[in-house]
Write a protein that binds this ligand. Structure first.
Ligand SMILES: Cc1cc2nc3c(=O)[nH]c(=O)nc-3n(C[C@H](O)[C@H](O)[C@H](O)COP(=O)(O)OP(=O)(O)OC[C@H]3O[C@@H](n4cnc5c(N)ncnc54)[C@H](O)[C@@H]3O)c2cc1C
Length: 398
């Protein structure tokens, strides 16, 4: 916790969340990430019940929705602690993609949709997924979509092909981005529609292997065919044609959550790296940590993680005060910067562990595989760098 960004609420909560992560989750994390999902889920359900009983559930939600009413700056700092173990966010019901869907529905869904989908999601009775990216179109330009939702009577008929729908396996519903008005301008063509996963025509064709790991349940990324899926018109979230605007709303806080989670991973990898450097003997009394290259990696990692944390909290603080639109460039900056710090720190930690680093005997290889996506999802590095550079160059008349 950074004292500069601390509040009384956070000072009280931070040690409780830290104790929960260290005492309840660290001892079982290997079992959770390497076991079959149904077994992991059963164990996680116990941990979730404990988190609820300790009053740590859905900390980001307003108090009248059963949360702890934290600001982004406060939640960001808890998110770092939760990120130190792969299912920390899940244990407190603040995992992506559900957290993004909850925030979106909380703000824009009708009372009927809230009752049917949002409240069970907040209670942790069901999971959800977010289905936007399509294999046939460049996902980094989200106005390009082939999926359509055509109005027939009082229903939408949805047809399309999606992939990388994270956690669709076992989810109760998907929020699907589909073109509802092909004649409208690129930013007003698509809408977000809730499709329950038991709707006829919702076909999860496979969980996509990620660097050889197919995963399952919450820990998976699905390819999905939507074939004449019929849902009521009332399953629309927000206004028709507002899909692009809603996607932007969803992504701002989401990127800050990811960045703080990545800093948690960095801290854990850094700790493993330092422990290994201090205990691995190369020859009589000469430890790995005596080597200057290793010392450089330790110092560079420390500086980069510290810098990343301040940048993220600064962006979160701006978002709390001025909203996500005003903090757009700060959010773009941290998205590519922190993702790359994460890659560097993980790579150094793996290297310091030697062959052990690429086994499943530490958490490093799991993160090395699964966090490579950090530079791609929620906007690839190049897209964020282009936005930032364009805005800077504008001041130079370009
Ligand atoms: C782990 C993971 C989880 C995901 N979860 C979800 C999910 O739950 N729901 C969902 O809908 N999607 C999800 N996605 C998909 C993700 O949003 C897309 O992968 C992302 O938007 C990029 O789209 P693309 O893969 O089609 O790459 P493309 O758009 O084809 O881009 C490929 C590459 O081109 C380069 N590039 C792109 N645009 C530019 C540019 N303007 N300038 C320079 N270079 C550029 C970048 O290097 C980029 O990586 C997930 C992806 C990953 C990896």
């Amino acid at each position: 916790m950074i004292e500069l960004f601390a509040t009384d609420k956070l000072r009280a909560l931070y040690p409780r969340v830290k104790a929960f992560v260290e005492e309840e989750l660290y001892p079982v994390e290997m079992q959770l990430v390497h076991g079959p999902w149904p077994e992991a889920k059963a164990l996680l359900d116990e941990k979730r019940a404990k988190a609820k009983s300790l009053g740590l559930w859905t900390p980001y939600l307003p108090e009248d929705e059963g949360g702890l009413g934290l600001t982004m700056t406060e939640f960001g700092q808890l998110s770092e602690i939760l990120g130190m173990t792969p299912l920390g966010h899940y244990a407190l019901n603040c995992q992506a993609p559900d957290i993004g869907n909850i925030e979106l529905m909380h703000q824009f869904a009708s009372e009927e949709l809230k009752e049917r989908y949002l409240h069970p999601l907040i209670n942790g009775e069901i999971r959800s997924c977010f289905s936007m990216t399509e294999p046939e179109f460049a996902g980094s330009n989200p106005v390009n979509l082939g999926t359509t939702a055509v109005q027939e009577g009082d229903e939408f008929v949805i047809n399309g092909h999606k992939w990388f729908t994270t956690a669709a396996d076992g989810a109760a519903f998907a929020i699907v981005m589909a073109v509802t008005d092909p004649e409208a301008g690129p930013y007003n063509r698509a809408s977000m529609i809730i499709v329950p996963t038991d709707t006829p025509g919702f076909e999860l064709t496979r969980n996509i292997p990620i660097m050889g790991d197919v995963g399952g349940g919450y820990m998976s990324h699905a390819e999905i065919e939507y074939k004449d899926c019929r849902v009521p018109l009332s399953n629309l979230i927000g206004e028709p044609g507002s899909g692009f605007m809603l996607a932007q709303q969803r992504l701002g806080p989401g990127r800050i959550h990811h960045c703080m989670r990545w800093i948690g991973i960095c801290e854990r990898a850094f700790d493993l790296m330092c422990k290994r450097a201090a205990t691995r003997e190369l020859r009589d009394g000469k430890m790995l940590g005596h080597q200057q290259t290793i010392q450089n990696w330790i110092s560079e990692s420390r500086a980069e993680i510290n810098a990343a944390r301040y940048m993220v909290l600064h962006a979160a603080h701006k978002m709390d005060r001025e909203g996500s639109k005003a903090a757009r460039l700060e959010i773009s900056t941290i998205k590519f910067y922190v993702a790359n710090v994460l890659m560097q720190v993980l790579d150094r930690a793996v290297q310091v562990h030697g062959a052990l680093g690429i086994t499943e005997d530490t958490m490093l290889s799991f993160w090395y595989r699964h966090e490579r996506g950090a530079r791609i999802y929620d906007g690839p590095d190049e897209v964020h760098k282009a936005s930032l550079a364009k805005s800077i160059l504008k001041k130079y008349g370009m």
